[in-house]
Ligand binder design. Structure first.
Ligand code: HEM
Length: 207
């Protein structure tokens, strides 16, 4: 089958993607160090880096929300539950992918994401990232809870919010592992990763 290249990811999307990936990986490393899982930076430094990357993620999230609303690209993430599109994709990921079958999705600039990606990315962008930011901010501003009246909701202990924030961290960890694995399942090991660097992706001629 003949192949051609399409320009799938704009400069902003690629920058956003890699910055977000870097921030989340650093937040996982420093967060789990603060949690006591391993020692890389030392507790005090891990704590400080966590706060720096947390604010960086917040600023990036605000900028990316503006960009997505401005360009209308947020609609790409709206889930579709059409069975004719969803079922072949689920079958591919639990069966076809291990037998070298071709990818059932057809990508275009207007419809970059397959139905499974839409559902998962929608969950990450619209729920998990805001959830982690809100629980992180509640954690950060714990000393002000009494003044703000939050003590009546959460009590005097930060434990509850710490547990909520840690649950979010485990969800991020699971997502990052799955995402990195799937990023290597293109035509070659690096082809998807390469297209997120250059913006260009190879598609079959009929797409
Ligand atoms: C992907 C994003 C994030 C991940 C994976 C993550 C992960 C973690 C983990 C695992 C902990 C240790 C929890 C514990 O043992 O109690 C932690 C602590 C903490 N996180 Fe996050 N976090 C993220 C984003 C944020 C954000 C956006 C903020 C906002 C300010 C934040 C603020 C905090 C604070 C204040 C702590 C307390 C520990 C410290 O003083 O460093 N986090 N985080």
């Amino acid at each position: 089958m003949k192949e051609r290249k399409i320009y799938l990811y704009s400069g902003f999307e690629r920058l956003w993607h890699w910055l977000q990936a870097g921030f989340i990986i650093m937040l996982l490393l420093t967060g789990f160090e603060v949690h006591g899982v391993f020692k890389i930076f030392g507790f005090e430094e891990a704590h400080q880096l966590h706060i720096i990357f947390a604010w960086s993620l917040i600023v990036l999230t605000v900028i990316s929300i503006c960009w997505h609303v401005w360009t209308g690209n947020w609609k790409q993430y709206l889930p579709t539950f059409r069975k004719d599109k969803l079922l072949p994709m689920i079958r591919f990921y639990i069966w076809g992918i291990f037998r070298g079958e071709p990818h059932p999705g057809h990508r275009t600039k207007e419809e970059k994401l397959n139905p499974l990606q839409r559902i998962v990315y929608f969950g990450i962008l619209f729920f998990l990232i805001p959830y982690q930011i809100v629980t992180g901010l509640l954690y950060y501003y714990f000393p002000h809870w009494a003044k703000w009246g939050f003590v009546r909701i959460f009590g005097h202990t930060v434990k509850f919010v710490a547990v909520l924030h840690t649950i979010g961290a485990f969800l991020f960890l699971a997502y990052v592992i799955g995402h990195i694995y799937l990023s290597t399942t293109g035509e070659t090991f690096f082809s998807y990763i390469w297209s997120m660097i250059t913006g260009w992706e190879k598609v079959s001629e009929e797409e």
